[in-house]
Design a protein around this ligand. Structure first.
Ligand code: UD1
Length: 419
């Protein structure tokens, strides 16, 4: 799919962000654990969600998804999902929970955006601590429940978001077993998953800290849950507005999940007002800055590509060090096609201010494509972005929101489907 974007836009107006993709995916995966009907509100209508819903349906969960609401009830659960390979990395979250429920599970290796090696060793090492035998085949992974110890202790070698979620979901239905997970991820989306599971009667303590304790229970009850707003979608629009000197109001996001991001932006001169469920970004003079990504509460890696765009609009220079993924600078080549002055030194980039111009660009991953979409909207002249469809994996109601903030884009080519 190719999109054509008219440049010279000021990103301003008002939008409402959707529910967080990174909450929705693990929460949907956890539906293989339910015993009664649950309702989840604010599920974003994006292609990664569509794929996760197909997977849990294929595992036997009955799911209805309409107007951002998921209604799910248990049906004939099965542990093997062999029909299709998954292009989303979060699919691996099904392995442990299905194994616990069915005694055995089998899935294709997970996919996902190609940002570095992204191994799943922390997930699999954790599952082994539950006495689950894990067998990695060429393109499939198999998990078989063997002897589960009464007390499970897991030390994560890195606070992986996915592994923390996966192991938490795996432990909740191991009745009578106490699990302690150390060096956990503390991201708001991990907390959202914990809150959802607890709302169904799970006994999870300490979510949001680096030590989570879980007492396994027999079954989960009915529940209604609304997922948190998407802080990465919010941050992307904020950075777009700040880069273009526009004023933008963003609804549907609480200050609580944004403060580590707004604090960093304020440090470099961004004028931002935050309210209980919205925020406003004002035109700002941005100072030079140095920033490092890292596990929460450090600055999120998912906003690092967008910050490179912001760097083109600061006074002197911008330096960012990526510490979470080892291959997350491919947007640099795309921004360079637009004239950006960026140098890469290992895991660090330095961006000098520059007025970008339109170019022919390629979308590589979700956040990089969002970055070049905003870059193209602000640049002088017109741009085209190939492989634009990647953006629909994570940005909901894009046409509507782009229109609301004054960005003009059209799809000029849709690839013919290969049957
Ligand atoms: C989640 C987010 C993703 C975000 C990332 C880091 C979802 C659906 N996706 O991805 O948007 O960029 O957190 O904030 O929530 N690692 C290992 N072995 C493992 C697991 C991870 O080496 O078993 C490494 C990864 O290669 C990566 C780092 O740990 O370098 C962080 O990965 P992780 O926190 O697990 O990210 P995801 O859960 O995949």
């Amino acid at each position: 799919m190719i999109a054509r974007i008219r440049g010279n836009s000021k990103i301003e107006g008002e939008i409402t962000v959707g529910g967080a993709k990174n909450s929705a995916l693990p929460i949907l995966a956890s539906l293989v654990l339910i015993s009664e009907e649950v309702k989840i509100e604010r599920i974003p209508d994006i292609s990664d969600v569509a794929e996760m819903i197909s997977m849990i349906r294929s595992a036997g969960v009955a799911v209805n998804f309409e107007k951002n609401i998921v209604l799910a009830r248990p049906s004939n659960l099965r542990g093997e999902i062999k029909e299709f390979g998954s292009s989303i990395r979060a699919s691996v979250l099904l392995l442990g929970p299905l194994a616990v429920r069915m005694g055995h599970s089998q899935l294709h290796y997970p996919g996902g955006c190609s940002i570095g090696k992204r191994p799943i060793d922390i997930h699999l090492e954790g599952l082994r601590q539950f006495g689950i035998l894990v067998d990695e085949k060429t393109d499939m992974i198999e998990a078989v429940v063997d002897k589960i110890p009464k007390d499970v202790k897991i030390d994560l070698r890195f606070p992986s978001v996915g592994a923390t979620e996966h192991l938490m979901m795996t432990s909740v239905l191991i009745d009578g077993v106490h699990t302690e997970i150390r060096n956990c991820a503390k991201e708001p989306e991990v907390v959202d998953l914990g809150n959802f599971l607890n709302s169904m009667g799970a006994q999870i303590y300490g979510v949001g800290t680096d030590r989570i304790n879980i007492n396994g229970v027999k079954r989960l009850n009915a529940s209604v849950h609304s997922i948190i707003g998407d802080r990465i979608e919010t941050g992307t629009y904020m950075i777009g507005a700040l880069s273009s000197g526009g004023m933008l109001k963003i609804n549907g996001i609480s200050d609580g999940v944004m403060h580590n991001i707004t604090n960093e932006l304020k440090k470099i001169g961004a004028k931002i007002s935050t309210y209980e469920n919205s925020l406003i970004v004002y035109p700002s003079d941005l100072r030079s800055f140095k920033l490092s990504t890292g596990p929460y509460p450090q600055f999120p890696t998912d906003l690092q590509p967008q910050m490179a765009l912001l760097g083109c609009h600061t006074k002197e220079y911008f330096e960012i060090t990526e510490t979470v993924f080892e291959n997350r600078f491919r947007h640099v080549d795309e921004l360079k096609k637009m004239g950006a002055n960026i140098s890469v030194d290992g895991q660090k980039i330095k961006v000098m201010p520059f007025k970008l111009h339109g170019a022919k660009l390629v979308g590589n991953d979700l956040r990089e494509t969002a970055t070049i979409l905003f870059a193209a909207a602000i640049a002088d002249g017109t741009s085209e972005i190939e492989k634009f469809e990647i953006i629909f994996r994570g940005y909901e109601k894009l046409y509507e929101k782009m229109k609301a903030i004054g960005v003009n884009f059209e799809i000029i080519k849709i690839d013919r489907e290969v049957s």
